[in-house]
Design a protein around this ligand. Structure first.
Ligand code: GUN
Length: 429
């Protein structure tokens, strides 16, 4: 094991790596609760999503640990699951058809990962768009958290307003949010997970949470409940594109951030980037076949790195813990059914995703405005793909008008025209 993971070379040992793996697992295990909660709200059977979430997290994270050998975990991303749900709800599409879009995005991602297109796309996309998109998703999921908790409600004249803070569910969500924030401010490992459990215990005693047991035989996974032809009959190309772009940007940004933090980059580059991308692409494709939205490298991996994790052993430990979770479906199912328990997580993870805004050059207006336009429109239109489109349209336009048109990669102009045509003539979600 020492040799396989080059533990000594990376200045680490088995004990540190195991502790780092446990830390990362504790910070991201909420996804096993929140992902089925979000996706079952649009009709996908809870147990199908639960098993699909475990399967994609285990496959993606194992590939990251054993093949790419990074202390980085992969699982279905927050934001993309919410976007998935909004596409199904808004257009009356079946979830099987939207799984078809994830499947095609996964295959394209596989193709891009093994060719030079990967580098070209990553190099061509400016920081304002890359980080604007991740941050916009952060606001988008935080808004969903606020709505689910009843903290923000519809209003005729202002569209949204503050909800009734006396409702039991809203009070529980606020209590859960503050408990988790206190744990995070105290740097407690697994603060999000512990916060959810404490909120669930309070919820149980005040009668908002019902559960029948903790352990059971794992549910049977559902395989290939998917409609690929529907993607073409409904022309869902912009949805495929949104899934594809977001997974590529998100994984790139997270890989750069976490490998830099771990001191694993070489001359500013990520060694074995191709293998890491392949891990994510495979997890996304397999996930769509079992029933979940696209997977991505998790920012929460930074907690394991902070605990000393430097090698693929950390990720392997995370994968083993995810695999062991399949026996806890009754407990997870009960917790997922109470929005007040999952809403604080959506709000807090939303904050994590805003981190990239620091990398946008706010002093240069033609860089700042496209990023601003993305983070403004994503939550307000409840659409990640609309936010991406607005970013890709405004960026080259701003550069052209400010006389810097030549500094923009031709690919961005092509994307800009495609998004403009799509937004005007084929508005999907
Ligand atoms: N980078 C990243 N980390 C996450 N953690 C939870 N969801 C996400 C996501 O969508 N992207």
């Amino acid at each position: 094991m020492e040799k396989f993971f080059s533990l000594k070379e990376n200045g680490t040992d088995i004990r540190t790596e195991v502790m780092a793996g446990v830390t990362t697992f504790l910070t991201m295990v909420y996804i096993l609760i929140v992902n089925p909660a979000l996706l079952s709200s649009i009709g996908i059977p809870f147990e199908q999503v639960f098993m699909a979430t475990v399967i994609s997290a285990v496959i993606g994270t194992l590939l990251m640990g054993l093949v790419a050998k990074y202390p980085i975990a992969i699982a279905p991303g927050m934001g993309l699951n919410a976007y998935f749900a909004s596409v199904v709800g808004a257009q009356g599409l079946s979830y099987q058809t939207v799984f078809g879009t994830v499947f095609i995005a996964g295959l394209l991602f596989l193709l891009i990962s093994v060719t030079s297109l990967r580098k070209m796309i990553i190099d061509a996309i400016p920081n304002s768009l890359k980080y604007g998109i991740t941050s916009g998703i952060g606001l988008f999921i935080a808004f969903i958290g606020l709505k689910n908790a009843g903290i923000v409600v519809p209003n005729e004249s202002t569209m949204v307003t503050l909800g009734d803070l006396h409702q039991p569910g809203t009070v529980l969500a606020l209590a859960g949010l503050f408990i988790t924030l206190i744990l995070m401010a105290r740097n407690i490992k697994g603060a999000i997970f512990i916060g959810m459990i404490v909120t669930a215990v309070i919820g149980y005693f005040i009668g908002l949470l019902d559960f029948n047991g903790v352990l059971s035989v794992p549910p049977t996974p559902v395989f290939f409940d998917i409609d690929i032809a529907g993607v073409f009959t409904h022309s869902l190309y912009s949805v495929v594109f949104a899934f594809l772009l977001v997974t590529i940007f998100d994984t790139t940004g997270t890989l750069i951030g976490v490998t830099e933090q771990a001191g694993l980059t070489k001359d500013g580059k990520i060694p074995r980037a191709k293998k890491a991308f392949l891990g994510d692409a495979i997890a996304t494709t397999v996930g769509s076949m079992f029933g979940t939205s696209p997977s991505t490298a998790y920012v929460e991996s930074s907690t394991g790195v902070a605990a000393g994790g430097r090698t693929g052993l950390t990720a392997t430990v995370v994968a083993i813990l995810f695999a062991a979770s399949i026996f806890f479906s009754p407990l997870i199912s009960a917790i997922s059914s109470v929005a007040a328990i999952t809403a604080p997580v959506l709000i807090i993870v939303g904050c994590f995703m805003m981190e990239g805004l620091a990398k946008v050059n706010w002093k240069t207006f033609d860089e700042a405005f496209p990023a601003f336009a993305i983070i403004l429109t994503m939550p307000l239109t409840s659409s990640i793909s609309t936010g991406i489109a607005i970013g890709f349209i405004t960026y080259p336009l701003m550069k052209l008008f400010s006389g810097k048109g030549k500094s923009v990669h031709p690919l961005i102009y092509i994307f800009g025209v495609i998004f403009l045509v799509q937004l005007i003539f084929f508005p999907t979600h």
